[in-house]
Design a protein around this ligand. Structure first.
Ligand code: V47
Length: 368
């Protein structure tokens, strides 16, 4: 592995990255200023090598994927985030509510992870969400359920009058095994105000994940990037996550989610260059030294760009997903319907070793 950085100093075009390399070789933590250097560098290949070195030091050439499905039980939502094309008001012709039978019809024995998130339905009681989890859990005892973002948990707490801890314990009792990372968006209050006011604040998002971890429920974390955030906001977001992970060790993966503008009230925002995606993924790997995995969300990146991020610190390719509405409503072009073989080939084709996992990152099969 050391060989990876043998000729680094000779080939690197950004002297500032050389001191960062020393820190990484000595397993030292990066600070805010180094993160700024990373976000401003023009030498993406050298940055990629550093992120790849860090990724290799954690899990070698393994890249994980999961046979999973996303289920969005309803798109009816009491709030209306400017970046979101999925949420609908009750009277909208595009509004939908899935019945329990519909949800159960989407399950099959192959699935190892069931990811459930949706709108904050103004009429559904907390019991309805618990019932969904209980029914899915009874139907699929061998799969893990990763359900409900911190924003939904905050909503359940408001509609039930229960403390967040009680909401989380009830969800765990019903069958939730992990929390997805959605709803974090960008913690910076000024940006949050512009893109998703009056949703759960960044501090509340963090305290809900803290509470989950303390109750033994692991989770993921996301950042929604590529809209109004500054580079400083990205670093600050990572810094807050790193601090929480130091405290709880409850996060599995960090997932950069690239903003898709179509059909949203932020559709005027122009796409960022691909170098920005690569910097965000590399920085995530280098800065979040205490996170086991950085995930490439191929749904937003597209399959080809996701494959490139494997060389920029990523160790997880998410999974089959099967059906996706939140991001496709906002114009994502990624194809739906990829099989297990697609992921095996995509990972092998990049020179890595595919590892099929479950939602808790237990290794199910190594495709060596
Ligand atoms: O937080 C909504 C995002 C997220 C848009 O934990 C958008 O494994 C881009 O929770 N453009 C929800 N993104 C997705 C989520 C998730 C996804 C993948 C893996 C995991 C995991 C969790 O979807 C929201 C929001 O940031 N989103 N609209 C949009 N227009």
């Amino acid at each position: 592995m050391e060989k990876l950085l043998d000729n680094f100093d000779k080939l690197c075009l950004d002297d500032n990255l050389i001191s960062i390399k020393e820190k990484i070789l000595n397993n030292k933590r990066l600070g805010f200023e180094e993160a700024e250097i990373i976000m401003n560098t023009r030498d993406l290949n050298s940055l990629g090598l550093l992120a790849k070195y860090k990724k290799f030091s954690k899990d070698g050439k393994k890249i994980y994927f999961v046979v999973n499905r996303h289920i969005n039980p309803t798109n009816i939502c009491a709030i209306s985030c400017k970046f979101c094309a999925f949420g609908q008001k009750k009277k909208s012709p595009d509004a939908y509510e899935m019945t329990i039978d519909h949800i159960l019809s989407l399950l099959d024995e192959e699935l190892k992870e069931i990811h459930i998130v949706g709108g904050l339905h103004p009429d559904w009681k907390f019991d309805k969400y618990l019932e969904i989890i209980r029914e899915v859990s009874n139907a699929m005892p061998s799969a893990h359920i990763k359900a409900f973002t911190a924003v939904e948990i905050d909503w359940f707490s408001q509609i039930s009058g229960f403390k967040v801890e009680k909401v989380i314990s009830d969800l765990m009792e019903a069958g939730v095994d992990a929390l997805p990372g959605g709803g974090a968006e960008v913690f910076a209050p000024e940006v949050r105000k512009k893109i998703c006011s009056p949703k759960t604040t960044g501090d509340s998002w963090l305290s809900i994940h803290r509470a989950a971890h303390k109750l033994g429920l692991p989770s993921n974390a996301t950042i929604l990037y590529g809209h109004l955030e500054s580079k400083y906001d990205v670093i600050d977001h990572l810094d807050k996550l790193r601090n929480l992970q130091d405290e709880t060790s409850g996060f599995f993966a960090f997932i950069p989610v690239l903003f898709q503008p179509f059909n949203t009230r932020l559709k005027h925002i122009k796409p960022f260059p691909f170098s920005y995606d690569l910097k965000v993924h590399s920085l995530a790997r280098l800065y979040l030294d205490n996170f086991p995995h950085i995930k490439a969300y191929w749904i937003t990146l597209g399959e080809k760009a996701a494959q490139v991020t494997f060389h920029y610190g990523v160790s997880d390719a998410d999974g089959t997903i099967i059906s996706e509405k939140i991001i496709h409503d906002a114009g994502a072009k990624s194809e739906i319907g990829h099989t297990r073989d697609f992921f095996v080939n995509m990972i092998k084709d990049s020179g890595y070793v595919p590892v099929e996992r479950d939602a808790l990152y237990n290794e199910l099969k190594i495709y060596d």
